[in-house]
Design a protein around this ligand. Structure first.
Ligand SMILES: NC(=O)c1ccc[n+]([C@@H]2O[C@H](COP(=O)([O-])OP(=O)(O)OC[C@H]3O[C@@H](n4cnc5c(N)ncnc54)[C@H](O)[C@@H]3O)[C@@H](O)[C@H]2O)c1
Length: 256
């Protein structure tokens, strides 16, 4: 593994499970010093402890990105622990709300509001808290996790799609406003990725897996490592001239 991120101070928000946990592993493997922040603090502690045990610097922090004070405290703590912040991966989403995100006629407005509060407003709060630190760094970079759902058009989960479309817009704004001060802002937009937690829970219907395999231009389903690799690139010097982009990582399921 290259050490493209040697000694970089990076915060992953939504780091407890799935793509975020894999990103913490990838960033550490590339030499970064990482704060793993999550609503699920015990899960963040597990991944941070695993990284520490294998010789990396990793800290766990609790955060609720729907809460402004919580985000402010988390980013301040991360900056203190790491001595500044060079990069942030804002990855958290309320994946529970998706299950009730039916359609525009039927969706409970509380589900819509919760989805926007976490997946979009929460990312704005993280951006606001982290920006002053990122602008002080010569490597300042922010990566948000969007989704193919932002542009694919689907008959269900309108709140989720709207939140991710909004996130793409937020990212473009951040790149446009602060790019000339040395910041890069990008979204990684995964297609369907089977996380280790989904595999362990066995909750993904086999028909859905067959559907995804039938519609990919690749040979397999997505893995969390596929997304983590793109995040690492976007946070590294190799990603320095990539700015304001939504990078789709989906095995060719959706062509953009
Ligand atoms: N897995 C996929 O197929 C897929 C596809 C496209 C996009 N994504 C996106 O990837 C990201 C990660 O998804 P995942 O599949 O790894 O799911 P996941 O549920 O494993 O990860 C989401 C993480 O966010 C955390 N979180 C939720 N609400 C939070 C809050 N209010 N404050 C702080 N942390 C909070 C959760 O505790 C969890 O650790 C999400 O943004 C999701 O929308 C996933």
């Amino acid at each position: 593994m290259q050490a493209r991120l040697k000694d970089r101070a990076i915060v992953v928000v939504g780091a407890g499970t799935g793509i975020g946990a894999a990103t913490v592993e990838r960033l550490c493997a590339e030499g970064a010093r990482v704060c793993a922040a999550d609503l699920n603090l015990p899960a963040a502690q597990v991944i941070a402890a695993r990284m520490t045990a294998s010789g990396h610097e990793a800290h766990a922090l609790g955060v609720d990105i729907a809460d402004e004070d919580s985000v402010g405290a988390c980013i301040a703590d991360a900056a203190a622990l790491l001595g500044g912040i060079d990069g942030v991966h804002v990855n958290a989403a309320d994946m529970g709300a998706i299950m009730q995100d039916s359609d525009a006629l039927g969706v409970d407005l509380a589900i819509f509001d919760r989805t926007i509060a976490v997946n979009l407003r929460g990312h704005l709060l993280c951006t606001r808290a982290a920006l002053p630190h990122l602008l002080e760094s010569p490597h300042g970079a922010i990566v948000y996790t969007s989704s193919a759902a932002a542009i694919s058009g689907e008959p269900e989960r309108p709140s989720y799609a709207a939140s991710k479309s909004g996130l793409n817009a937020l990212m473009r704004h951040v790149a446009s406003k602060w790019g000339r001060q040395g910041l890069t802002a990008n979204c990684v937009a995964p297609g369907f990725v089977m996380t280790p937690e989904m595999v362990a829970a066995g909750t993904v219907p086999p028909e859905w897996i067959d559907h995804c395999l039938a519609h990919t231009r690749s040979t397999r389903l997505g893995r969390v490592e596929d997304i983590a690799a793109m995040v690492a690139l976007l946070l590294s010097a190799d990603g320095r001239w990539i700015n304001g982009q939504v990078i789709h990582v989906n095995g060719g399921t959706l062509l953009t």
